[in-house]
Design a protein around this ligand. Structure first.
Ligand code: ADP
Length: 424
């Protein structure tokens, strides 16, 4: 196997978003959880997205993990690696994008790396190096008050320069508009000035294709799913990858199917209410989870009674008032962690009783479940709802299985049934 594209994502849900985008463009894509063992066997894939949790950890650890992922991908033939960051940059002056970019660029041997979180179709545009979220500059958007990574400067040339050991330049929109040769000429000019990274403007989606084409001439790029789109389109346009339709014709998995909901978002609450019309739903008691009651055993016993009849849904989700009351009593982190671990333990029990089709609602909840189950990688399959693909386990010790993992607000009103329909 020779990878056409390697990707290193700094968080799990960002990794899924990118893997889904690459699949939609026609790249057969596997998403791994962490850097895989050398033993992981991959066949016929064009792209691998290694999911790390490196966005908000100590820079030295983020650098070490990213370099390890890069080495793994390069060893499998990836001549180009995308370091996938958030489309809202999510990285303060002490953030990891600069240090990781510096290290990966040094390893790649490139003199210059193109950087852009732009994805105009989803409202992330970059103009004169300034990132806009919808109609407002980044530092006036909700991201200015982000609990972990408050973004108080919208000028990414400045933000990246403060994090990076190298000088940072700009390829502006006027240059992008003139096409690939003009961009390359500008990059040569910047490199002559000792600049090692360039923020590149993009205001309309077609520019991503131009940027992707130029980026493919380098060994490394840094960007969000928009850059992933540009690279994927470039790989297909150049004939380096033959576009495939989403994985199809795979063997059906069969057996019991279970859904777990740990998200308390409005969308998930409505989806649970809708699911109650067609499947048995068990509402866990959060007080018991945080107290002494054994909700894991109760849930597993309950599920066993219904498995033979069809899908089941187990939910911890509560309304915002109830969530706030629980958090006030036990603390937000303690409450969240205890419930996530309960969901993870339930998923483990479900798998032990033969479940190989699992739908999980909630970003953190999904992370806890996937980590607990020790799934090394997923082949990305057909899309259930925007940004939520069917994931087929690869190299899992328990064999073949399919999962759907959605973050809170994703999915239509009948999401649970929509997912099950695509998971035969
Ligand atoms: P989302 O994708 O909607 O943000 P997450 O799973 O990422 O969903 O986050 C939901 C958080 O809420 C998790 O930490 C989960 O354990 C916690 N949680 C789930 N149910 C409850 C509840 N009833 N009360 C308080 N917190 C809850």
């Amino acid at each position: 196997m020779t990878l056409a594209l390697g990707c290193i994502a700094d968080d799990y849900t960002g990794a899924s978003d990118l893997a889904n985008m690459l699949t939609r463009c026609g790249l057969r894509t596997v998403q791994t959880i962490g850097v895989p063992d050398d033993a992981l066997k991959l066949q016929d894939v064009d792209a691998v997205v290694v999911s790390l949790k490196s966005r908000s950890i100590e820079a030295s650890k983020a650098v070490a993990r990213s370099r390890e992922a890069d080495k793994w991908l390069r060893a499998r033939g990836a001549s180009h690696v995308l370091f996938k960051i958030c489309s809202t940059f999510d990285s303060t002056d002490a953030g990891n994008i600069g240090p990781v970019t510096d290290a990966l660029r040094a390893d790649s041997g490139d003199a210059m790396v193109l950087v852009t979180p732009a994805f105009p179709g989803t409202g992330r545009t970059v103009y004169q190096g300034n990132l806009f979220v919808g109609s407002v500059p980044l530092n006036e958007s909700l991201l200015k008050d982000h609990p972990l990574n408050p973004m108080q400067d919208s000028n990414l040339v400045r933000v990246l320069a403060r994090q990076s050991g190298s000088k940072v330049g700009l390829v502006d929109l006027a240059t992008v508009g003139k096409g690939p040769d003009a961009i390359r000429a500008r990059l040569t000019e910047l490199a002559k000035q000792g600049i090692g990274a360039a923020i590149i403007d993009s205001v309309f989606d077609p520019e991503l294709e131009t940027i992707g084409e130029v980026a493919l001439g380098h060994r490394l790029s840094v960007g969000a799913s928009g850059m992933g789109y540009g690279l994927a389109r470039g790989l297909i346009a150049s004939g380096r990858v033959k576009a495939a339709s989403a994985v199809s014709g795979e063997r059906a998995i069969g057996g019991p199917v279970a859904c777990l909901a740990g998200s308390c978002s409005q969308a998930t609450l409505s989806q649970i209410a809708q699911a109650e019309k067609s499947m048995p739903v068990l509402h866990l008691d959060p007080e018991k989870i945080l107290g002494s009651g054994d909700e894991v055993e109760r849930a597993l016993g309950w599920a066993h009674e219904y498995f033979a009849k069809g899908p089941v849904l187990i939910a911890s989700s509560s309304t915002p008032d109830q969530v706030a009351a629980l958090q006030a009593k036990y603390g937000r982190d303690a409450a969240g962690h205890a419930i996530e671990q309960t969901m993870a333990a339930i998923s483990e029990g479900l798998v032990a009783s033969g479940v190989r089709r699992l739908v999980v609602a909630g970003g953190e909840t999904s992370g806890a479940v996937v980590d607990r189950l020790g799934i090394p990688a997923f082949l990305v399959g057909p899309e259930i709802a925007a940004g939520v693909p069917v994931l087929r386990c690869v190299g899992w010790s328990k064999g073949d299985a399919v999962l759907a993992l959605k973050s809170g607000n994703f999915g239509g009103p009948d999401f649970f049934n929509d997912a099950i329909r695509l998971m035969p």
